[in-house]
Design a protein around this ligand. Structure first.
Ligand code: NAI
Ligand code: MG
Length: 394
């Protein structure tokens, strides 16, 4: 009997390509696990009216540990048009299955590390203050609240009269009084004190465990006073238990500007759902982009690990595949840390670092050339050649 069972959710497009590559590395490193493949994604929306079938939820409820590739997601009107004819007009509504998983399992802690590998040609460089260039070593870990805020799904176009009436108790709704309800779209930004407290606490715990000197709350409390304000207030409370770690506060807009000015100054960053999404993509862009951006979605009872990239449909059918498997493999490393196999995780990360520094095996993104089947003629490694190189360096 293997020691662990991992629910393997490849999803769509390149999710189906990179997930098996990560499992190949996990097998090579000796991670003692069985992988149960299961259904999630666009095909299940089209054929069943549900991109996240109940059987997948059941499996994850049982095993509590998942690896996820990527899914294709489309706005609800477009999605409805693609539903198979016998399911059309039967009331099926498309929801993103990864957002669904985060909400169903209350995977409220999203961790997105952005660390530069030495020698990565995609690392951010800037003009040095004394001439020449500087390549700052970036080591930032973003803690994103994963279940609430603007992505909680509480939204309407043409809100029901009761909702409208409730909103109109707020004096600032006066300026919308003349707008017809069908011309009114409302997406709510709900923060709860419990969830704010939990994400900030996890951020501080992580900072102490891994020796970061600061935790930065990245929100916008001067304008979004209630929700961002609550996150800041909880951060101040939690920070009082961590006198050894500085609490910094930045606004999301200014933080995006400072990204390229002094990214090396930041350690752990904590944000609500949407700002966490934005700031983590921003930092990922400084350390190699989507081919390197890994993440963990962690709840109190279940965890799912996934690259932050999507299904990249234009590369789905290329044979051999050319996409970079590193983001997925780094996500698998986060899973190893979660199940206390940190030594295995370190060995994989070191092997990736070696492949990057050597520079002999590079997927097209590392070569900074446009993707396409011809990249192989230009010397780019295929997806599986990149995995092979990592395995060879384990
Ligand atoms: P995407 O992340 O799928 O791809 C954007 C571009 O980034 C690609 O065209 C490619 O040039 C590059 N890229 C992505 N992953 C790469 C890799 N591993 N190696 C090398 N290059 C890579 O985002 P896009 O095109 O905006 O969305 C495509 C679909 O994916 C959409 O349906 C979207 O909704 C969905 N999506 C799903 C996510 C998830 O499953 N968590 C996250 C983001 C988008
Ligand atoms: Mg994103």
């Amino acid at each position: 009997m293997p020691k662990r069972v991992v629910v393997a959710m490849p999803g769509d497009g390149i999710g189906k390509i990179v997930l098996p590559e990560a499992i190949r590395v996990l097998d090579e490193i000796g991670f003692d696990a069985e992988y149960i493949p299961c259904d999630i994604g666009w095909d299940f929306w089209i054929n069943e009216g549900n991109a996240l079938p109940e059987r997948t939820i059941k499996l994850l409820e049982k095993h509590k540990l998942g690896l996820f590739g990527a899914i294709t997601s489309k706005p609800k009107d477009k999605a409805a048009l693609e539903l198979s004819p016998e399911l059309q007009n039967k009331g099926y509504v498309y929801y993103s299955p990864i957002v669904g998983l985060r909400q169903h399992f209350d995977l409220d802690i999203c961790i997105r590390p952005c660390r530069s590998f030495k020698g990565n040609p995609l690392n951010f460089i800037r003009n040095g203050s004394k001439g020449g260039f500087e390549e700052p070593q970036i080591d930032v870990v973003i803690f994103r609240q994963n279940t609430e805020g603007l992505y909680s799904g509480v939204e309407w176009t043409n809100p029901p009269a009761t909702v409208r009436a409730a909103l109109e108790t707020h004096p600032k709704m006066k300026k919308f009084a003349h707008v017809a309800s069908e011309d009114l779209a409302i997406s709510t930004r709900i923060f709860t004190r419990g969830a704010c407290h939990r994400i900030v606490s996890e951020a501080f715990k992580y900072a102490r465990k891994h020796g970061y000197k600061s935790v930065t709350v990245c929100e916008k409390p001067n304008v979004i006073r209630e929700t961002s304000g609550m996150m800041e207030a909880e951060a101040r409370k939690v920070a009082s238990d961590y006198p050894d770690i500085q609490l910094w506060s930045t606004n999301i807009d200014a933080q995006m500007m400072w990204l390229t000015k002094n990214p090396e100054d930041y350690g752990v960053i904590v944000s609500g759902n949407m700002f966490g999404d934005i700031v983590s993509d921003g930092f990922a862009g400084l350390v190699g982009g989507l081919g390197f951006a890994c993440s963990a979605n962690i709840g109190s009872n279940c965890a799912v690990f996934e690259p932050t990239h999507g299904s990249a449909p234009k590369y789905e059918t290329l044979n051999p595949s050319i996409v970079n498997p590193i983001a997925m493999i780094l996500s698998a490393c986060m899973m190893l840390n979660y199940v206390d196999e940190s030594e295995q995780a370190d060995r994989i990360r070191n092997a990736i670092a070696k492949v990057i520094t050597d520079g002999n095996v590079q997927t097209y993104d590392l070569m900074r050339i446009p993707g396409g089947q011809d990249v192989i003629q230009h010397g780019a490694a295929t997806t599986s050649q990149m995995t092979d190189a990592i395995i060879a360096n384990l």
